[in-house]
Design a protein around this ligand. Structure first.
Ligand SMILES: Cc1ncc(COP(=O)(O)O)c(C=O)c1O
Ligand SMILES: Nc1c(O)cccc1C(=O)C[C@H](N)C(=O)O
Length: 396
């Protein structure tokens, strides 16, 4: 059986139109890296670019680099590089701050854009914790009430009291994909604003923010966008909302004339309005370089490979692993699956440590979930087969 699946993996790799992307990353064949949904791998050309930023732009040009090296405009320039990956026209995405900070900006701004008589903020009950914590604080500050709702029940839960809904596009734990077009439409029918967290979908599948008329969105860049540890996040504000977007963090770099340094705040137009303070240039320019790996790659091709990889991994797990030893938490239907496979397993902490020891790097979400992230730009079908084979050996 394992020979047949290994042959099948070789055939799938030979036919893979994205196979050539792997060499763009600093990866070694000894390791199967299935943790790109936590920290994406390093694109091989990034260290030289970062060295140039440090030595020449900072070391030699110093303060001149804000203008001459394009530092000042980096947040919107890099936002425009991310925009096509999330289905947004240029001018609506700004890069900076952490995802958590952008969740705060987006939720408070959504409440301020909504009908003020509405009293509730609906929050994905299965959310990655930071979104829930921040939304709770945003609700207290704006005098609203949090209503936690499973995204699968959201359509019936939003109504005339809903000001805004904050939903994760893909569940960080189970890999369940939530139906962004239909949920956004339901939120709009209720007269509320839709705020999406794209951390686990951007770079793994098409998002279609403009097409589906999403109001606001946030996402990190260190997972499928490979920006590096702690690389800055992004904020999308649909063009139709930009004029009324009222940031709860109106720092000086979002001012219409920041160097006037006047006491009165006057917001800039466009995506700039989502900025707060001085951009974190070293991380930001590492991210900008990392985005080069997307040149000529379409999100549709990435999605097709992601589904093929996760299908194949599940097929290998089913063939190799003794029945009943793991339970797949990730939906089988393609329409409900992101780019990871989550397996529940009784002795998950021991199993994940043993897997990492044997060169198969996934991660553990306590108490009992083994997570395997499939980054289509650098994970191969041979990797998927090997991961399942090593998992099986670890479980026996
Ligand atoms: C859905 C989601 N939102 C937010 C975050 C993290 O936010 P931050 O970038 O502020 O650490 C993560 C992962 O860390 C996440 O998975
Ligand atoms: N952002 C992380 C970090 O700084 C350290 C360790 C892990 C992370 C993560 O991204 C966790 C991730 N959001 C998750 O889905 O679990």
């Amino acid at each position: 059986m394992s020979e047949q699946l290994a042959d099948r993996a070789a055939a799938l790799d030979a036919a893979d139109e994205l196979a050539g992307c792997r060499k763009l990353f600093a990866l070694d064949d000894a390791t199967v890296y299935l943790d790109g949904n936590s920290l994406g791998a390093l694109p091989a050309h990034v260290p030289d670019r970062v060295a140039d930023v440090v030595r020449r732009e900072w070391g030699e040009l110093r303060i001149r680099s804000w203008g001459e090296s394009g530092w000042w405009t980096a947040p919107e320039r890099i936002g425009d590089r991310i925009a096509p990956l999330i289905g947004a026209q240029a001018g609506q995405v700004v890069v900076g701050d952490s995802t958590s900070v952008n969740v705060f900006k987006a939720v408070v701004a959504a409440v301020r854009l909504a009908d003020p008589t509405r009293t509730e903020i609906v929050v994905d009950a299965t959310t990655f914790p930071t979104d829930g914590y921040i939304a709770e604080s945003a609700a207290r500050m704006t005098g609203k009430r949090i209503v936690p709702v499973d995204p699968e029940e959201l359509t019936g839960a939003v109504g005339p009291a809903t000001a805004a809904a904050l939903v994760n596009h893909v569940d960080y734990r189970t890999g369940r994909l939530h139906d962004l077009p239909s949920l956004t439409a339901a939120i709009h029918r209720a007269g509320a604003l839709a705020v999406w967290d794209l951390c686990h979908s951007a770079g793994a599948l098409p998002v279609g923010l403009d097409e589906h008329r999403v109001d606001l969105a946030v996402g990190c860049t260190y997972k499928y966008l490979n920006g590096g540890p702690g690389s800055p996040a992004y904020l999308y504000v649909a063009e139709r909302h930009q004029g009324a977007f009222d940031s709860p963090l109106p720092g000086w770099t979002s001012h219409a004339d920041p160097f006037a340094m006047t006491p009165g705040y006057r917001p800039a137009d466009g995506a700039v309005r989502g900025r707060v303070g001085t951009p974190d240039i070293l991380s930001m320019l590492a991210l900008e370089a990392a985005l080069d790996v997307w040149d000529g790659v379409s999100p549709a091709a990435v999605r097709a490979k992601s589904l093929a990889l996760t299908d194949f991994f599940l097929q290998c797990v089913e063939s190799y692993v003794p029945p009943g030893r793991v339970e797949c938490l990730t939906p089988r239907e393609h329409a409900r699956r992101g780019s990871q496979i989550a397996l529940r397993c009784e002795d998950a902490p021991r199993v994940m440590s043993a897997l990492i020891e044997k060169g198969v790097v996934g991660d553990l979400r306590r108490p009992d979930v083994l997570r395997f992230g499939f980054t289509p730009l650098y994970v191969s079908f041979a990797d998927a087969e090997r991961a399942a084979r090593v998992l099986s050996a670890t479980l026996h």
